[in-house]
Design a binder for this molecule. Structure first.
Ligand SMILES: Nc1ncnc2c1ncn2[C@@H]1O[C@H](COP(=O)(O)OP(=O)(O)OP(=O)(O)O)[C@@H](O)[C@H]1O
Length: 300
C-alpha cells in the first residue's frame, strides 16, 4: 500500500480544512494491459506551495501530472481533486485557465498517429495574440520575461525559442494551479532563473500552486517550498523542504536526491536474463513481423 503523505503549508487550511490545492485520495491507475502504476495513491499539496516532484525515469511523474491535469479519467469525482473540483470531470478547470499544464513537446494528439508535433509557418505574434481575453499587461510582461521576438517563425526557430513561445502561451491566463513537466530543460540559464522567479511571485502574490517535475535541481533549494518523491508509482516522501533532514547535512538538493535514487531497489522483473534461450525469447523481434536489421542504425 502506498504511503499516506501530506504536504500542507498551513496557508491552505482556511477553507474548512480543504486545501483548495491538490488532493489525491486512494487513486489507482494502470496503462492498458499493464500492472497498476499507482495503487491506493494519496497526495495532498496545499494552495500556495511550490512543490518539486522528483523520482527516477519511469517512476510515474509525467503520468501523475497528466492525471492531475485531467488528461486521464481516474476513479470517481472524489479521487483527484484540484481546487476542490474534479480534475477530469470539471472541464471548466482547464478551459477557464485555472488549471494549466505545460509539458512534453508542443504537440497534439491525432487519432492513431498519436502525438504529432505542431508544425506550420506561424509567427510567434500570431500564436500569442491569437489567444482571446488576455490581460495585455500580463501578456507584455511574459513576452519581455521570455525575451520573445514576435516575428519568430515557429518552424524556423531553435528548440529553446519554440519552448519560450509554448511557455508564454501556457502562462497567459492567470492560473491557480500550474503543472510543469520538465519544460525548462531547453531554456538557457537566464531564462530559467527568470521564469522560476516569476512562478515564485505568482505563488506569493496570488496564492497560485506550482508542481514542478524535474531532474535539474540548480537553484531549487531556495525556490521550492515542498518536495514529493515517487518511486515506482509510490509516494516515498512528501514534506516541506525545510523539514528534509538530509538537506541540513548535505551540500545541495542534487546530492540528496542522488542518494535516494541510488538506494532504490530495482524490481526483479527489470533485470535482464543471461540465458541464451531466454535472450532469444525476450528479443524484441521474437513475435514481431520486423526483423533486426543494419538499417536500424539509421535511428542512432
Ligand atoms: N502511454 C503509455 N502506455 C503504457 N505505458 C506507459 C505510457 N506512458 C508511460 N508508461 C509507463 O509508465 C511508467 C511511468 O512513466 P512516466 O512517463 O510517468 O515516468 P516519469 O517519472 O515521468 O519518467 P521520466 O523521468 O523519464 O520522464 C513507465 O514505466 C512507462 O513505461
Amino acid at each position: 500500500m502506498a504511503e499516506q503523505a501530506c504536504c500542507r503549508s498551513g496557508e491552505g487550511k482556511e477553507n474548512g480544512g480543504d486545501s483548495q490545492g491538490i488532493t489525491v485520495c486512494g487513486m489507482q491507475f494502470a496503462y492498458e494491459l499493464q500492472h497498476p502504476l499507482f495503487f491506493d495513491f494519496n497526495l495532498d499539496i496545499a494552495r500556495g506551495s511550490r512543490c518539486l516532484l522528483v523520482g527516477a525515469n519511469g517512476s510515474g511523474k509525467t503520468t501523475l501530472l497528466k492525471i492531475l491535469a485531467g488528461k486521464h479519467m481516474v476513479g470517481g469525482r472524489e479521487v483527484v481533486r484540484v481546487l476542490n473540483r474534479s480534475a477530469f470531470h470539471d472541464t471548466q478547470l482547464v478551459c477557464g485557465g485555472d488549471l494549466a499544464y505545460l509539458g512534453g513537446s508542443w504537440s497534439k494528439t491525432i487519432g492513431s498517429a498519436g502525438e504529432v508535433p505542431l508544425q506550420g509557418d506561424f509567427s510567434a505574434e500570431h500564436m500569442i495574440f491569437g489567444v482571446e481575453g488576455i490581460d495585455p499587461v500580463r501578456r507584455d510582461k511574459l513576452i519581455e520575461l521570455l525575451d520573445i521576438d514576435l516575428q519568430w517563425r515557429m518552424h524556423k526557430v531553435s528548440d529553446g525559442q519554440r519552448r519560450r513561445v509554448q511557455i508564454c502561451m501556457g502562462l497567459l491566463h492567470p492560473f491557480q494551479v500550474l503543472l510543469l513537466d520538465e519544460v525548462t530543460v531547453d531554456l538557457d540559464v537566464v531564462a530559467r532563473m527568470d521564469l522560476l522567479d516569476f512562478f515564485k511571485e505568482e505563488c506569493e502574490q496570488r496564492g497560485a500552486t506550482v508542481v514542478y517535475a524535474t531532474h535539474i535541481f540548480d537553484g531549487l533549494e531556495t525556490w521550492a517550498t515542498h518536495l514529493a518523491y515517487i518511486q515506482d508509482g509510490q509516494l516515498k516522501r512528501s514534506e516541506k523542504l525545510t523539514e528534509i533532514n538530509e538537506l541540513k547535512s548535505s551540500e545541495n538538493l542534487l546530492s540528496v536526491v542522488e542518494a535516494w535514487l541510488r538506494s532504490e531497489t530495482k524490481c526483479e522483473k527489470k533485470k535482464p536474463s543471461n540465458s541464451p534461450a531466454q535472450v532469444q525469447k525476450s528479443s524484441p523481434f521474437g513475435t514481431s513481423p520486423f526483423m533486426s536489421s543494419r538499417h536500424m542504425a539509421y535511428y542512432r
